[in-house]
Design a protein around this ligand. Sequence first.
Ligand code: ADP
Length: 562
Amino acid sequence: MKSTLIRNNIILLLSAFMLFFIIVFFSLNYFEKNNQEDLMNFVIDEVELKYNNFIGSPSDFVDAYQHDNDRRITILDENAIVIVDSHDDTVGTDKSARPEIKNLGTVYQRTSDTIDVNLLYIARKLDDNNYLRVAIPVESKQASYNSVILILVLTSAGFITIFYLGLTQLSKNLLAPWDKVKEGLKNVNEGNVQMISLNSPYPEINEIIHEINGINLSTLRHLKSIESYQIQLNEILNELKQGVMLFNKEEQLVYFNDDAKLIFNLDEDAYMKPSYYAIRDAQIRDAVTKANIEHHPSTFDSKFDGKTMEVRVFFVNAQGFNHTEATVLALFKDVTQERAIEQMKRDFFSHASHELKSPLTAIRGYAELIEHGLIKPEEVKDSSHQIVKQTETMAALVEDMLMLSRLENLKEKVYSKQDLNQKLKEVIDTQSPFAISKNINLSVQSKSIIVMCDPLDVQKLFKNLIENAIKYSDPNKKVEITLDQKEDEVVFIVKDQGYGIEPEHQQRVFERFFRVDKGRLDGGTGLGLAIVKHIALKYDGSVELTSTLSKGTKITVKLKMK
Ligand code: ADP
């Protein structure tokens, strides 16, 4: 722009100078011509006067006149035949065709054929009918012309130089703000938005800069809001606790959140890499392809480092076809615990229905025998007893299942002040007949402990452990029961001299429906220790089991109670 501006202005200036020269040239020419005419008329007047006053032949006149100047004097007769010529010896030449002879009184300029000099000519008819022609050289004027032209050229050159320098400075001043504008726009284009300072001396440019700054400001605001939206979105996606991945049409990874980063062990290099770079699992890659091509959603479980992930892959509507535009969304949710709970529930229901089925079948069998009169009268009592026993088993099972479900689904803890010593006594009272029947000595060490708790929890805890100790001991053994409090911790210990538990079963006894010897007739529901474990969990406590086969078992339960 700068060079164009300077070039155009210089062309304009040169054109102006050319026009100026032409006008000067023509004006000079015009004035010069007038001057020449005046001069020639003056000279010819003077020569004519001298000629008229001269006494002698024309040749003598020319000789006499020519004596002190360089003027060319020609005297021609009435037919324009040369009588005498101051610069030419050839007399008798016909000059009637010469323009100055044809148009008397008019000044002509031409190079003389005779003397080869550029001359001004004028002719006049004399009183004696001869023609007088005067010619003077014009070289003397050329020098002054040249000086004028030289002065003009030098002045013009100086003027153009000053003009060029001024124009350069002007264009610099004029273009500097435009350079700033250009730089500002370039920055916007590169996403590096900056304000342009208003320091141009031209208000028009300042107005444009002001407008650009306005655009910059709103672009900046938009960028900021997009940025904060992106940060928010990222935070939300990270809070989801799910792996989130987005793929484009070429199945390149265009986004992944922190969880996806952890699951697939990704680094920042994974960005814009093909799906196989990030995901080894062929099933997931196939799902991404399927979603991209057929827009077909997929949901399935996949194993990652011992974890179960629920994978959901689906097509997301892409408006444009920008290469970073996401077309497939893949979500990865850790469902290890969920699936384990689901499995546990399935196992629980199958166990529970199995456990309930056995007593129910027995009850039904006895009832049908009685109904069809197949039981002898003396056996009726025994059959009824069996029915009652099976019913009790079922009731105990249902009761334990309800207790477990209550502990698992507990939403709020309803506690009341309880004397644990008192609760223990009540349980021992109910278990004593059973202990006495096996001649088992129940040794109790206890003290009054008043705490806030659910009475049903402590009652179940005491009962399950004391009942097990008596149940899984041979007659004539001893069961030691200790109830103590250390700061905010209640410690309950039941130690027996019973069968003991094999090391491989010691942890499994806390599982639901797990029984070491499933064939035992006096075995319980298989839920007792599971309930104990859940109670301990409810009170932020712990259960510790030490057992030696044939020697006995010691179970220590610690509960946080105040
Ligand atoms: P159950 O109702 O069968 O007693 P529990 O959950 O209370 O169920 O106990 C699970 C299993 O643990 C029992 O079937 C038994 O085999 C074993 N067990 C529990 N307590 C003792 C103990 N004190 N001595 C030996 N074995 C025990």
